[in-house]
Design a protein around this ligand. Structure first.
Ligand code: ARG
Length: 568
């Protein structure tokens, strides 16, 4: 629709200038366009209210003048209604421009290059070592990856960073616990589960025996100062955890460009701490070093504990500077739960106070909490659901459904995996990211509701239909029916939907758009027979519409981490 909007905007500008001497900028006209709520009011509307005070004429008078003088072959009719100028797209434009445009562009349809020559760093997923990869990290993982895909789609070069939580005093506890009660074979077999057990045991024992904390501190100190045994243990724990996360990443189709986690910044922090000192930004508070942010209505940002050890924010300062020096980013995006909003506000402020001019290129993208079937989850009270278990449950249920529905499907298991994973991801990304989610498995898996399976099923249907009817050589199309126009209108909104999703860091724009496409396609499929269409051009148009739907869904689904099985 973008091209048509520009075309119409230019005409409007021309007429306004002719009648009133001046005109608003083309881009302002474009951004004022609205989609009318129902098609009796046209396909696109231009509200004239803002022009009214400028030209001292009633909005309906302006709309009427514009309607009378509007002339453009792409528009069948321009009508003035209550201060709005409503446009009805011509069937030629539908056939020759919109439909042909999608078919011609194919895999590139919807892409733009607004990000050309610019790099975006995305910090997402970022699990903590020796901790279970639980569903509270699902948001960061899939929202982060989707935002990365969206940026790539509009031309940015993207660097996905998994900022592993792999440093901090807790590793002293973990090492102490392993050395005291651990067993190599058990950890090798049990992986992170076993490490968690050891960690929990440490806390239980330390409650009666507080000097264990000193022992843990000593182990961490040894780790920090390069003790070989402790380093080897730590590395082993890191590998075990990453291996486990990688299994889920693989299923979700996620790869990272960098695994530089918190430990990576150990040797990069002293320079930043020194800089803070030199600039007089560090204050001593109860032995700890802080940056006072009271002037900005925020609690202080903790830089060093009283024993001199660094903290989460210290590592984030070093990471931001390192990333800026390394990637010269246009944006550095952090995707975490909304619980970390304050941390990032403080971080960005400290970076600004340090005089780094890139502070305004740092973006925090928060998301809400997740409950499963109404149950709040938190790792603190041990109420943990693993990402892998959530996906496994979905896949196993989909496998059962499919064994019943399509028992003869080849690769049934592979397809069930793609649908099960997709169901989880789609359900997650359907919500505005900031809203809290209640994950209801039966809704996520519904084959005919607003769900991943429903979307993948529509995509597979386009593939199967095209297989059946074969390619069409026709290049002349004739759009004749309402469901065809409605479908094309939705398909033509793809590019602008992607741009909104990029602008607002909001994958749900694309998810909900996909549902609109599926609904419009299903209506078209139901109302407009393909095989029995007698008119050659009509038949070719319907085949092309199916192909255009396949193109849009095929381009859109991967943007929200979904696979595109061709047969279900
Ligand atoms: N590991 C952190 C957590 O699990 C998330 C890290 C986010 N990224 C960052 N640069 N602070 O909460």
């Amino acid at each position: 629709m973008t091209e048509l909007k520009s075309l119409i905007a230019e005409k409007i500008s021309e007429i306004v200038k002719n009648n009133y001497g001046t005109s608003p900028e083309i881009c302002d006209i474009i951004s004022a366009f609205e989609y009318p709520p129902d098609d009796s009011m046209g396909d696109l509307a231009y509200p004239c209210f803002k022009l009214s005070p400028i030209f001292r004429k009633g909005p309906n008078v302006i709309a009427q003048t514009l309607a009378e003088q509007f002339d453009c072959p792409s528009v069948a009719k321009a009508q003035s209604v209550g201060g709005y100028l409503n446009f009805f797209i011509s069937d030629e434009y539908y056939s020759d421009k919109l439909l042909k445009g999608i078919i011609d562009k194919g895999q590139d349809y919807g892409k733009t290059d607004i990000g050309k020559g610019q790099t975006v760093v995305l910090d997402y997923s970022s699990p903590n070592i020796c901790k279970p990869f639980h569903v509270c990290h699902l948001g960061s993982t899939v929202i982060g990856h989707s935002i990365k895909k969206l940026h790539e789609f509009v031309g940015y070069k993207c660097v996905g960073v998994n900022h592993l939580g792999d440093w901090g005093t807790q590793f002293g506890k973990q090492i102490y616990a392993y050395k005291t009660w651990g067993n190599k074979e058990l950890v090798e077999k049990g992986g992170v589960d076993e490490l968690v057990k050891l960690y929990v045991r440490f806390h239980e024992e330390a409650e009666h025996n507080p000097e264990l904390n000193d022992k843990a501190r000593a182990e961490f100190h040894k780790l920090e100062t390069g003790d070989e045994e402790n380093l080897a243990l730590w590395k082993w724990f890191v590998e075990l955890t990453i291996d486990e996360c990688n299994r889920s990443y693989k299923r979700l189709g996620i790869e990272f460009d960098s695994y530089a986690g918190e430990s990576f910044y150990t040797d990069k922090m002293p320079e930043q701490v020194q800089k803070l000192k030199d600039q007089g930004l560090l204050k001593i508070d109860n032995g700890a070093s802080i940056v006072d942010l009271s002037e900005y209505n925020m609690p202080p940002c903790l830089i060093l504990k009283s024993d001199g050890s660094t903290l989460y924010p210290t590592r984030d300062i070093a990471a931001a500077v390192y990333r800026h020096n390394t990637y010269n980013f246009a944006k550095c995006i952090y995707v975490t739960s909304a619980q970390q909003c304050l941390h990032f506000q403080q971080l960005f402020k400290v970076i600004e106070l340090m005089g780094y001019d890139f502070y305004d290129k740092l973006v925090h993208v928060p998301y809400g909490t997740i409950s499963i079937d109404g149950e709040k989850l938190s790792t603190r009270n041990g109420n943990v659901v693993l990402i892998k278990d959530l996906i496994d449950t979905a896949v196993s249920k989909v496998t059962d459904i499919m064994r019943e529905k399509s028992p003869d499907l080849e690769n049934l298991e592979d397809v069930a995996e793609q649908i099960g994973v997709g169901a989880v991801v789609f359900y997650y990304l359907m919500n505005d990211r900031i809203k809290d989610i209640n994950f209801v498995m039966s809704e996520a898996l519904s084959f005919d509701g607003n769900s991943g399976p429903y979307a993948q099923y529509a995509y597979a249907r386009t593939c199967q239909l095209l297989n059946k009817v074969g390619e069409t050589k026709q290049t002349k199309f004739k759009v004749t029916e309402k469901p065809e126009r409605e479908l094309l209108k939705v398909l033509s909104r793809f590019g602008e939907t992607v741009l909104c999703a990029v602008r607002d860091y909001e994958p749900s724009d694309v998810t909900r758009y996909i549902l609109d496409v599926c609904t419009a396609f299903n209506r078209f499929y139901h109302d407009c027979p393909i095989m029995s269409a007698e008119d050659k051009e009509v038949k070719a148009t319907r085949i092309a519409l199916t192909k255009a739907t396949k193109t849009v869904l095929g381009n859109a689904l991967p943007l929200i981490c979904m696979k595109t099985p061709t047969k279900i």
